[in-house]
Design a protein around this ligand. Structure first.
Ligand code: ADP
Length: 578
């Protein structure tokens, strides 16, 4: 609606300007023409009067007569003359100066208006007749003897000592143009009204559709679940952003609209931001950074940026991914697998033992308390026998709890609790190597994977197998630390007798004869601070799968640890050694 009002005002201003200027120009031309006509009238009259006067003067006897006769002739001629061309208000006037008075001698056409025939000479020096009697020739706009504004032409007739004025009311000259202006204004109003209606009928629906479409896309943008930010590369102020972005940072729309990038960018300095934006504006790109939320929390942010044109200028369009949770999850995974790796180390084992002792001691202490209470009840005989049996039941419940725990621990140590499920060894190897990389903090480990394709699935306990693999890889990496050409290969192959074989081949220090003799026995280690039970645990896990774990020297130097996994799972006798 406001737009329509503006449009109408603009159209009116244009019409008024064009119409007004046209009418004014035409008026100026007509005015000048009218002035010219009046000048021509007084000039021709003056020449005529002079000619008549000279003729009468030549033929008459005395001075007085020839002036009077001339004037009489002029008056007669004017009485006969049909004045056209001076319009409704036009007048032709002849006057003479007599001392301090102006005597009006002739006014044509006669009787238009009863006016005084004599006016004082000093009444108004700007009146047309005054100027004519002063000998001023030309056109002039000003008040006449009756005070009406007129367009007048003045001329003097020197022979007769008279002044001539031909004049026309200015209002009469203007009248047709005022009329024309009003007609133009009326036409303009009608045209504007028609234009408005046409705009409503044709333009408005189009505009509304455009507005709806814009609103639709704005809604899509605003409610997109992906945070989007468009930044002015010069001011670093946001040009556009959606609700998802505000949700990441916790600002309100108005607050964020005034924030330069440096306020919430937590990784780069202002100088680095400017350099980075310059680079992005040339090549775009993807990078990780950190943002500070309104509450001061730090979020890890992945930015995909590119240059787009927005309102005719290049801006940086960034799609944001909040990877804080992903990074936290990765950190947890790292921690978990680091934990798996460290499981065999002494202090961890100590902690585990402390936990186990606690788990067993707690129910036994409770059982002891219940049996003591039961004995007291029986000895004192005050409570009913049901009370004693209730306490005894509670004590046996606690003992059962401890017994169950020890039983499950035994099963765990014997790996009988491991649920074996058919698994793709190659997939498990790849996944474990990625996790080992995460665990080591490296983007990827320099491990060569030599995996035979289309291996059969074999029954495996995935976590147990991962633990074995991680142990062997860790041992290999530790053995290669400081060697000039470390090369670690994890190889899978199909076994002729069925099942698969997995080898971890390193070019490390190799295994000394002394260690080799007791390699798979627990507490055998060459590393200070290690418990040396990793390999014995690995062997027991592989044997729980019905497989075998062994080692052989690597022909290139170093050691090869291999294990087999049968296709049919643990043999009843092989399995756990029960
Ligand atoms: P830990 O690694 O805690 O010492 P392990 O049972 O895993 O316990 O290993 C026992 C010992 O076997 C190690 O201390 C090391 O001397 C030796 N060993 C294991 N794997 C390798 C290997 N790939 N290369 C050389 N020595 C190894």
């Amino acid at each position: 609606m406001r737009r329509l009002a503006v449009l109408i005002v603009v159209m009116m201003v244009i019409c008024a300007t064009v119409g007004g200027v046209s009418v004014l120009l035409l008026y100026r031309v007509a005015f000048d023409q009218q002035a010219q006509r009046l000048i021509e009238t007084v000039e021709s009259q003056a020449e005529l009067m002079e000619a008549v006067a000279l003729y009468v003067k030549l033929t008459s006897r005395d001075d007085e007569d020839w002036r009077r006769i001339t004037l009489g002739l002029i008056k007669n001629a004017h009485a006969e003359f049909d004045y056209t061309g001076l319009g409704q208000t036009g007048e032709f006037v002849i006057a003479e100066r007599s001392g301090e008075e102006i005597h009006y001698l002739l006014r044509t056409p006669e009787g238009i208006d009863p006016r005084p025939w004599t006016l004082p000479w000093a009444s108004d020096p700007e009146r047309p007749m005054h100027r004519a009697l002063m000998g001023i020739t030309g056109s002039f706009v000003g008040p006449d003897y009756a005070g009406v504004t007129v367009l007048a032409a003045t001329h003097s007739v020197d022979v007769l000592d008279m002044g001539l004025v031909a004049k026309l009311d200015v209002a009469e000259v203007r009248a047709p143009f005022i009329h024309a202006g009003m007609v133009i204004a009326g036409i303009a109003v009608v045209l504007i009204a028609i234009g408005t209606v046409v705009f409503f009928l044709v333009g408005e629906p189009v505009v509304r559709r455009l507005e709806e479409s814009e609103a639709h896309y704005r809604r899509l943008f605003d409610h997109s679940p992906t945070p989007i930010l468009i930044v002015d590369p010069v001011t670093t102020l946001p040009v556009a952003f959606n609700n998802a972005l505000l949700a990441v940072l916790g600002y309100t729309r108005d607050e964020f609209a005034a924030l330069p990038l440096a306020v919430y960018e937590a990784k780069e300095t202002e100088r680095e931001i400017a350099d980075h934006l310059d680079r992005l504006m040339i090549e775009g790109g993807e990078f990780e950074t950190r943002w500070r939320t309104k509450a001061g929390a730090i979020r890890s942010i992945l930015v995909h940026a590119r240059v787009v044109e927005f309102n005719g200028r290049p801006v940086c369009h960034a799609v944001i991914t909040d990877i804080t949770r992903r990074q936290t999850a990765e950190a947890r995974a790292r921690e978990f697998y680091g934990h798996l790796l460290r499981m065999n180390r002494a202090n961890e084992l100590g902690q585990m033992l402390a936990g186990l002792i606690h788990e067993v001691r707690q129910p036994l202490t409770a059982a002891f308390n219940y049996t003591s209470a039961c004995r007291r009840v029986l000895e004192q005989g005050r409570d009913p026998p049901e009370r004693a049996s209730e306490l005894a039941a509670k004590a046996s419940g606690q003992i059962e709890r401890a017994s169950e725990f020890i039983g499950s621990l035994k099963l765990f140590l014997q790996h009988e609790d491991m649920a074996l499920e058919p698994g793709d060894i190659n997939a498990i190897v790849k996944e474990t190597m990625e996790l080992a990389a995460i665990g080591s903090g490296a983007a990827s480990l320099a491990v060569r994977l030599d995996l035979e394709e289309d291996l059969p699935d074999v029954p495996v306990a995935k976590v147990g197998l991962q633990q074995v693999l991680l142990n062997l890889v860790r041992n290999a990496l530790e053995a290669m630390a400081g060697t000039p050409l470390p090369k670690l290969t994890v190889k899978t192959a199909r076994r002729e007798e069925g099942g698969v074989e997995l080898s971890v081949i390193d070019t490390g220090t190799g295994i000394s004869d002394e260690v080799a003799l007791r390699l798979f026995q627990p507490f055998v280690t060459s590393k200070p601070g290690s418990m040396g039970i990793g390999l014995s645990l690995c062997r027991s896990i592989i044997e729980a799968h019905g497989g075998r774990l062994w080692w052989e020297p690597n022909s290139e130097g170093g050691a090869v640890f291999r294990f087999s996994l049968p296709s049919e799972g643990p043999h009843p006798i092989q399995g756990s050694g029960r």
